[in-house]
Design a protein around this ligand. Structure first.
Ligand code: PGA
Length: 251
């Protein structure tokens, strides 16, 4: 999934999605084997929908956030109901930039995950520790706490369909990727293991776990070779069709 963050207006969005489709067609990409999604800014979604529906492109799309509320006096907020109406499949929840700049707590993230399911959207639930936590060696407890809080009260079928993205904050946009081993240790040893403890083996097998944080066309292969990494959440590199297309092919 490509997380565009606050980049590309709706015209640029249409161009990128069109080029991405061409590039994947060129490489004969099997969308049944590896799903490709884009998460553009809200204002781009309608245009992206029109293109994807109109040309029947085999791409998925979604939003980067949603409100905990369904509707009402919440100026500036976007309801999951609106995203569902736009045909979104996914919505990112609890990205570290939302947690940091918008003070989203674990409780808010949990409420947003539930709001996503209320409207038939699949959350891409983001977790990950900051540099200080990693340096103190407390990443396991930190991520474990985020996963338990985020999944609190979620029924098993939702836990099986959720996508969880492990994104160490020190690796996001910094060019400093987690080593494949570091990434897999958390994706498997903490994220999948916590899901397993909460819901059992079958659910843990079904949950899709992504790695995010300076993933690019150079390091993606090694990351994707890890047994507990099912895909990637890609920021900067998703804005360049060549890199993103290559990453999809390798995945
Ligand atoms: P990055 O961002 O790939 O630019 O590090 C990833 C993300 O924040 O989802």
């Amino acid at each position: 999934a490509g997380n565009w963050k606050m980049n590309l207006d709706h015209l640029q969005a249409t161009h990128l999605v069109q080029k991405l489709d061409w590039s994947l067609r060129d490489g004969k990409h099997d969308h049944g084997a590896v799903e490709v999604a884009v998460l553009p800014p809200f204002t781009d979604i309608r245009s992206v929908q029109t293109l994807i529906d109109g040309d029947r492109l085999p791409l998925k799309y979604g939003a980067q956030d949603l409100s905990v509320h369904d509707s009402g006096a919440y100026t500036g907020e976007i309801s999951g109901a609106f995203l569902a109406k736009l045909g979104c499949t996914y919505v990112a929840v609890g990205h570290s930039e939302r947690r940091e700049y918008h003070n989203e707590t674990d409780a808010v993230v949990n409420a947003k995950i539930k709001a996503a399911y209320t409207h038939g959207l699949t959350p891409i639930f983001c977790c990950g520790e900051g540099l200080e936590i990693r340096q103190a060696g407390e990443q396991v407890a930190h991520v474990l706490g985020q996963i338990e809080a985020g999944l609190d009260g979620l029924p098993a079928e939702q836990a099986a369909s959720i996508v969880i993205a492990y994104e160490p904050i020190w690796a996001i946009g910094t060019g400093r990727t987690a080593t494949p081993q570091q990434a897999n240790d958390i994706c498997g040893g903490v994220v999948r293991q916590t899901v397993r403890e909460l819901y059992g083996e079958a659910v843990a097998d079904a949950t899709r776990i992504l790695y995010g944080g300076s993933a690019n066309d150079k390091n993606i292969r090694e990351l994707m070779e890890q047994p507990d990494i099912d895909g990637a959440l890609i920021g900067g590199a998703a804005l360049k069709v060549e890199s993103y297309g290559e990453m999809v092919r390798v995945t």
